[in-house]
Design a protein. Structure first.
Length: 575
């Protein structure tokens, strides 16, 4: 037997020099570090001679493996860096960012779920298949809870609960592919409105583990808060979710509002508006040809949000309704002086002459009858004053659009009054009217929240733990968006074929159910399909009836799934 001095360390050194390049040629990935284990009966001298680093030892397993093999004790761990000094540590210690804009869907998607969620970063083929099947099941029966969704099938129900509790599934993981699809849809429009709002999920009757207070101390309601961001086109078409924040308040932190002025914005719940804006900024970076406008209600009227927009060059624009209760001040420049005095925003805008008048139809609300309201419109540039103690931030130049109802009778207890602040230049009457139209679309996210609660029944979910509830909520949010999207397609693109939101078997069964004498060569229009689905849910298609609402749509989808299954079985096809 021949003995060669230092052969082991020499071969280890030669292999270490080649492995990075060979691995990249074979797998198109360049490794940063290689690792090996040395059993206790060997000293590991050859690895040490080849400059490998001894990092520690494994934990010795005491009990035998499932195959009966008994562990032979702890093993030494040796590492060999393939990058420069500290470079490999930075790369391996950095948490991989979840960036949008990746591949949309699979190469040959079989249904809308695979097209919408095909880029899910689950890493496990079984989990991906389960995600697609659960999304389709939730969509077919949006009004059902999990046992009814899977028709009492014990195996399917158990698999669904295990999926929701899997360590690889979470709200962010499931929503990321949907966000990428939403960004792709945003690219088709010159303007996309990123509307954000908060809704309360009250689980007082069956609070899951991890729930927190969502109301006053007197009511003692328990649940979670959801702050989501939905992208809309200027015509009101929902394009998809861009952000979702789901959290529970800490019961021990009650009463912090008393010292809120002394805390940083990142320590407050108000930071949700900044996080949503940053999500819109990420979408804006992927849509250079689309102007993204972040829209918020009066709760979003915080100086830090405007400052965030000012400090984000090339980021989304802002459109926020000012909160009159904040006594918002603006600067009043003095001639020949660099100092400025303050005056109230409302006082400034009320002194301006009316630039236009609008007439809008106001539906009945809060005991008031419906009416046709006359509105005066004023607009002009303003400079927003920084809060106390933050004078070094300086004033922020904005545009204000003031809408006020005039000529209303005493029966109107709450006349319409909007003060809109925006950093989008508003120099003409048409610009001001367009900003008003943008803000009117904010109501869309309120409708979406009603879809989640009334159609998808997210408040009736009983999952025991908040993390499982968040994962299930992600699926409900995707399904709720798709129901809302189908509803709005009937209004915006009524003549478009309904194949964009219905599978061939579904629209064929729908037409055969309502119009059996008509041929099935072409899918019906979005208008006809939505009306037929809503009729299944109890909608009455009268001549002057309103457009179908989400409740009728959800009930209709519930029945359509059974009709489509029966139609397929009658034709000798699997349901």
């Amino acid at each position: 037997t021949a003995r060669v001095t230092n052969l082991a360390s020499h071969l280890l050194s030669r292999c270490a020099k080649r492995i990075a390049g060979d691995w990249q040629d074979r797998y198109n990935i360049r490794p940063a570090l290689i690792e090996t284990f040395v059993s206790g009966e060997h000293s590991g001298a050859c690895y040490q001679a080849a400059n490998w680093i001894k990092a520690g030892a494994t934990a010795s397993r005491q009990r035998p493996f499932a195959n009966g093999k008994v562990p032979d004790g702890a093993k030494a761990i040796y590492l060999f860096p393939l990058r420069g000094k500290f470079e490999w540590q930075k790369e391996l210690c950095a948490e991989p960012p979840v960036r949008l804009g990746g591949r949309r869907g699979l190469d040959n998607p079989a249904n809308w779920a695979e097209m919408e969620l095909g880029s899910a970063r689950l890493g496990n083929g079984l989990l991906r298949s389960r995600l697609f099947s659960m999304a389709m099941a939730f969509y077919r029966k949006p009004h059902s809870l999990i046992p009814e969704t899977f028709a009492g099938d014990a195996a399917g129900i158990k698999a669904a609960y295990r999926f929701l509790g899997h360590r690889s599934t979470s709200m962010d993981v499931l929503l990321t592919p949907h966000k990428e699809s939403a960004v792709a849809r945003m690219k088709e429009f010159p303007v996309a409105l990123s509307v954000q709002d908060t809704t309360v999920l009250n689980y007082a009757s069956h609070p899951p583990h991890g729930a927190g207070p969502v109301n006053t101390k007197k009511t003692k309601a328990m649940g979670f808060l959801l702050h989501d961001t939905m992208a809309f086109s200027e015509q009101g078409q929902p394009l998809g979710l861009l952000d979702a924040q789901f959290w529970a308040r800490d019961p021990e932190a009650a009463g912090q509002s008393a010292n809120r002025r002394g805390r940083d914005i990142e320590e407050k719940e108000s930071s949700k508006w900044l996080k949503s804006y940053r999500a819109a900024a990420e979408a804006q970076s992927l849509c250079p040809g689309t102007m993204v406008v972040s829209v918020g209600d009066r709760e979003a009227d915080i100086y830090e949000l405007f400052l965030e927009a000012k400090r984000t060059p090339g980021g989304p624009k802002l459109l926020v309704r000012a909160d009159k209760g904040r006594q918002r001040n603006v600067t009043k420049d003095r001639e020949g002086s660099e100092t400025y005095a303050m005056e109230r925003l409302w006082d400034r805008m009320e002194r301006r002459p009316a630039a236009a008048e609008l007439t809008v139809d106001v539906p009945p609300r809060r005991g008031e009858p419906g009416r046709r309201a006359r509105l005066e419109v004023r607009f002009g540039p303003v400079k927003l004053k920084p809060p106390k103690g933050k004078g070094d931030w300086g004033p922020i130049p904005l545009w204000a659009v003031y809408v006020k109802e005039i000529g209303c009778g005493p029966e109107v207890k709450a006349p319409l009054e909007w003060m809109l602040l925006t950093d989008v230049p508003t120099e003409t009457v048409d610009d001001a009217l367009r900003r008003i139209d943008w803000y009117k679309l904010r109501w869309g996210i309120e409708v979406y929240h009603r879809v989640l609660k009334s159609c998808c029944r997210v408040l009736d979910r009983r999952l025991g733990a908040g993390d499982r509830l968040g994962t299930c909520l992600a699926l409900d949010m995707i399904v709720g968006w798709r129901i809302f999207w189908a509803q709005m397609l009937e209004r915006e693109t009524p003549d478009r074929p309904c194949g964009v939101f219905l599978e061939p078997g579904e629209w064929a069964a729908l037409r055969a159910f309502f119009r059996p004498a008509q041929p099935l060569s072409q899918p019906p229009s979005c208008r006809d399909a939505v009306v037929m689905i809503a009729r299944l849910g109890g909608y009455i298609d009268r001549k002057n009836a309103r457009h179908p609402g989400p409740i009728h749509m959800a009930r209709g989808f519930q029945r359509l799934s059974d009709i489509a299954a029966g139609y397929a079985m009658g034709r000798g096809q699997p349901p």
